[in-house]
Design a protein around this ligand. Sequence first.
Ligand code: PLP
Length: 392
Amino acid sequence: TPHAVAAFSRIGEENAFAVLARANALAAQGRDIINLGIGQPDFATPGHIVEAAVQALRDGHHGYTPSTGIAPLREAVAADIHRRFNEEIDPGRVVIVPGGKVTMFAAILMLGEPGAQILYPDPGFPIYRSMIEFTGATPVPVPIREANGFAFSAEETLGLITPTTRLIILNSPANPTGGVTPKAEIDRLVAGLEQHPHVAILSDEIYDQFLFDGQAHTTLLAYPQIRNRLILLNGWSKTYAMTGWRLGWSYWPEGLFEPMRKLAVNAWSCVNAPAQFAALAALTGPQDCVSAMLAEFDRRRHLVVEGLNALPGISCATPKGAFYAFPNVSGTGWSSAKKLAAALLDEAGVATIGGPDFGVHGEGYIRLSYANSAENIARALDRMGQFLAKAR
Ligand code: PLP
């Protein structure tokens, strides 16, 4: 195999998609499968957003747009950041992308190369490590610990920085743990990063509207001292239940914006035009759809945590954000959380993801997405209880 293609063998997977395929295959055989595996809201995209896309098509928006996105949308992103955080961002540095993953891919591609180290959360979104390995850079896991509320520890993270560290990836609220890193810890992290000006930061804030109990989100955009090396990842997929639309946005520091613009021209030309008009409607339209979804997720969060804690061998800390529970299953007697997740799907008809799919520090945990109806969550917990009692 030629070298360039061989590098693709280093690309990993997001096992959630494999579990989704297996769950769908079992369902197609007539099995009743409850899917708590994949991380996507079970709601439909709000009607006024769908209408905006339909209207854009009727209005003749069928062609290429500027590669970085339509100007009103980039401005609406900046206005939304100002409305929510009172922070100014230059719309000229915003790039509309086909999904949050594309920002991740581009940032890691720009900063990763053999000899460079990239810090990433473990357990964390699996694509970080996969893309780091693709570039030949050395992935350096930052352990995310239950004992620390699944938050980043500034001290532990900063202690991993070396002269060859090129990028650090942050994610709060976090997938798969639901952990939220408190502002005081982010303050400490940023203060430490000021001592390491050679390190760029990719802050994945895709779950920034999924915070419970009235917590406020701390965006890395609020720290002017690191703004010149901050890449911000965000998007519409989760907030507005738009995972299948393939939409996201990112903010780029001065030296990286132009490479990103060129990558857009070369790789995808632009995000599909009607989807951009839908995104504009999402940001400029009523926001009560967001709070309604959050209230429903909160209700399910309590159901899932209470239900899990009542199961033998399982203990589940209450997640502070996103829509995942990450219970500790080490007391169930299963030596491998991946095997437990596979058995839950095959034998109990409940799809979850084994913690090791999110990194070595995910062993002993499974991830449940509670983006499913309260009724299905209750049924899934019931089945898990029966399964665990039997398997003991
Ligand atoms: N970042 C995190 C932490 C995620 O969990 C996800 C999706 O699961 C993404 C980014 C990617 O989102 P998108 O569907 O917009 O590519």
